[in-house]
Design a protein around this ligand. Sequence first.
Ligand SMILES: NC(=O)c1ccc[n+]([C@@H]2O[C@H](COP(=O)([O-])OP(=O)(O)OC[C@H]3O[C@@H](n4cnc5c(N)ncnc54)[C@H](OP(=O)(O)O)[C@@H]3O)[C@@H](O)[C@H]2O)c1
Length: 246
Amino acid sequence: MNLAGNTILITGGASGIGFALAERFLQAGSEVIICGRREEKLQEAKQQYPQLHTRVCDVARASERVALAKWLEQVFPKLNVLINNAGIQRRVPISEIGESWEEHQQEIAINIEAPMHLSALLMPLLKQQQDAYIMNVTSGLAFVPGSFAAIYSATKAAMHSFTMSLRHQLRNTSIKVVEIVPPAVNTDLGGVGLHTFGAPLDEFADAIMQGIANGEQEVGFGSSNQNRKASREEIDRIFQEMNNRF
Ligand SMILES: NC(=O)c1ccc[n+]([C@@H]2O[C@H](COP(=O)([O-])OP(=O)(O)OC[C@H]3O[C@@H](n4cnc5c(N)ncnc54)[C@H](OP(=O)(O)O)[C@@H]3O)[C@@H](O)[C@H]2O)c1
């Protein structure tokens, strides 16, 4: 992929991995639009990079996804890259969910429904561009689940499956489908301090950009490369090693 000259929507682009990718695409010479729920985070990002375009949007809501897609068609008719990055992680044992289902339904809506629906909504626009991309941010936990985040891991496994199918469905179009597979990365995912043990964000983001530039269709880093290439026996071993710690 040529990292310059694109027009890119990054969902959840005001912080963490989304922001790190936004910075790099801007520096490479692309136009970047970021969206998220917290206006103050979007404004902070814009203060740092005034050329960023921002839009408040809760991608868990279907009506806001439709409005976002319509706005993009009108304001950014050259949009050629959708990066489905927004995601949340909850760590609650299933036995404790009880009546608090709504917040877990949010996790499913943000992590699965939003990228599926946004891909469908923006497909007509993306198909008009000579060179277009849908990039889905999944996780090493898509390949080997973390029992401490059972619903989260299941959403990421679903997105891995969806990404493979989407890639095949779009094989004869101008849209290429890329999966970004982070391992644990030091961001605020799940709450401040939960991922400080993870890979340094800049190191991770630089490697991912290199993989994207090289045209890889599944881009991992560190331990997520182990997970995504593991045999069934290795999956069982990694699962035990990881989950015995919790
Ligand atoms: N960090 C890791 O260890 C790790 C590992 C594997 C995969 N990932 C994946 O990487 C992606 C980015 O996560 P991160 O680590 O960068 O965490 P993060 O810093 O918490 O970023 C998540 C972003 O998503 C946005 N977001 C959440 N819910 C949203 C919604 N309903 N509508 C719009 N935006 C929403 C958040 O902004 P608002 O709160 O303002 O909406 C935030 O900017 C996620 O898909 C995550 O699952 C991360």
